[in-house]
Design a protein around this ligand. Structure first.
Ligand code: ZN
Length: 234
């Protein structure tokens, strides 16, 4: 191999999208730091291997647990979201097939599994049936009587449009994803599984329809009653 051949090979390697990011495109105004983190997270998503899966996981994501292909079917582009909101990523229906990632994505020390799950959440919003969230009940309490709070912002969720009526909406599918990681991933670290378990419970709290909440619990083989549904008429 001569020097010229080697140079061409190196340039080709640099110019080609790496396997894990193949298919995803980035707007030119996304910073290198942000792009690098998103690419790293997409690689982590691609690498997840499950030895089994739940019924809802199969019906939502497909029997082969290929979360990346499911994501690519709905999202092909990443843009830079200049919003002042605290969101790490969001979807706008006027920009089909695109997730807007904000500076918060790398500003806060968020777990990897949470960051990639955010992509699944936003991708679910691309489907007409799951464009929007439902208002959380008011009051909305945990089994111990405490108000249900947003995990990161610590604000009470009661009355906020931050819940879903369906077990397979944007929050529910995050819960399905997290719990399948906990139960069936054979190449995830203990840290990833611990993060996923915490986030599973947060996602479950966002499914505030009693029947759908329990559908997600059953599918997840999870038996702790987190929410107090006793004085609620739904
Ligand atoms: Zn959402």
């Amino acid at each position: 191999m001569n020097i010229l051949t080697l140079s061409v090979l190196l340039l080709t390697a640099l110019a080609s999208p790496s396997a894990f990011s193949q298919g995803f495109q980035f707007d030119s105004d996304i910073s290198e730091d942000l792009k690098t983190q998103v690419n790293s997270d997409l690689a982590s998503l691609k690498a997840i291997h499950l030895v089994n899966s739940s019924v809802l996981n199969d019906s939502v994501f497909g029997k082969n647990h290929d979360y990346t292909t499911w994501l690519l079917d709905r999202v092909q582009k990443f843009g830079f979201g200049k919003s002042d909101r605290t969101a790490v990523a969001y979807f706008q229906s006027i920009s089909a097939g695109k997730i807007w990632v904000t500076k918060n994505y790398i500003k806060y020390p968020l777990p990897m599994i949470y960051r990639v799950s955010t992509f699944l959440h936003e991708a679910r919003h691309t489907e007409d049936e799951f464009n929007y969230h439902a208002d959380c009940p008011k009051p909305y309490k945990l089994s111990n009587g405490e108000p249900v709070l947003s995990y990161y912002s610590k604000r009470p969720l009661a009355g906020d449009d931050a819940c879903d009526d369906s077990a397979v909406g944007a929050y529910g599918i995050e819960g399905i994803f997290y719990r399948n990681i906990v139960r069936y991933c054979d190449n995830c670290t203990d840290k990833v599984k611990a993060d996923a378990e915490i986030q599973f419970e947060e996602s479950l709290k966002r499914v505030s329809n009693k029947a759908e909440h329990h559908r997600l619990m059953d599918d997840s083989d999870f038996h702790d009653e987190l929410i107090d549904f006793s004085d609620q008429s739904f």
